[in-house]
Design a protein around this ligand. Structure first.
Ligand SMILES: [Zn+2]
Length: 174
């Protein structure tokens, strides 16, 4: 924990440089904790997620072996598949696009720095009025994730919901 607190001043100082990557940092980088942003607007649901490399693959540096390389590929595929995110079935949501961005696993990664998997999804929902919940199963996809902090925005306002243990249900109040 102490190490992470020390990282923050650097991150804050680096923010202007990261202006084009606003989607990169969704909340603080804390091992064991994933961050999710959800917004529901009209028939569209947008979701962004950030999972620490520590939780997704067990390391935060460029892959140094074939085993580490395939771990990064597997985590990327798991996120791309979006199976961890299950909107209420009555809402008829279909995944329109998924983009996964591993950060800190490339050759340019800072030695000793942290690494994340960020992903962004767009869904189209035929009956969005039926979207009363979304199940977030990140802790099943990545067992090292012990807590998921979900920020959700709908026409009726925004709120934050924390999922711990085996909890997956995020209430959507439209
Ligand atoms: Zn880390």
């Amino acid at each position: 924990m102490k190490m992470h607190m020390m990282v923050f001043p650097f991150l804050l100082a680096a923010l202007p440089m990261m202006a084009n990557a606003a989607e990169r940092q969704l909340g603080p980088h804390i091992h064991g904790q994933a961050s999710v942003n959800m917004s529901v607007d009209g028939g569209l649901m947008d979701v962004q997620v950030s999972v620490p490399g520590h939780d997704a693959v067990g390391f935060e540096h460029p892959p140094a072996s074939p085993r580490e390389r395939s771990a990064v590929d597997r985590a990327t595929a798991t996120l791309t598949g979006a199976g961890w995110l299950v909107p209420a079935s009555a809402a008829g949501c279909t995944l329109a696009s998924a983009k996964v961005s591993p950060h800190g696993f490339g050759d340019a990664a800072e030695p000793g720095g942290h690494a994340d998997f960020d992903a962004e999804y767009h869904y189209a929902c035929r009956k969005v009025a039926e979207l009363d919940h979304v199940d977030v199963r990140l802790a099943s996809a990545f067992p090292a994730v012990r807590k998921v902090v979900v920020d959700i925005i709908t026409a009726s306002g925004s709120n934050q919901q924390d999922l711990e243990g085996s909890a997956t249900r995020v209430d959507v109040r439209q």
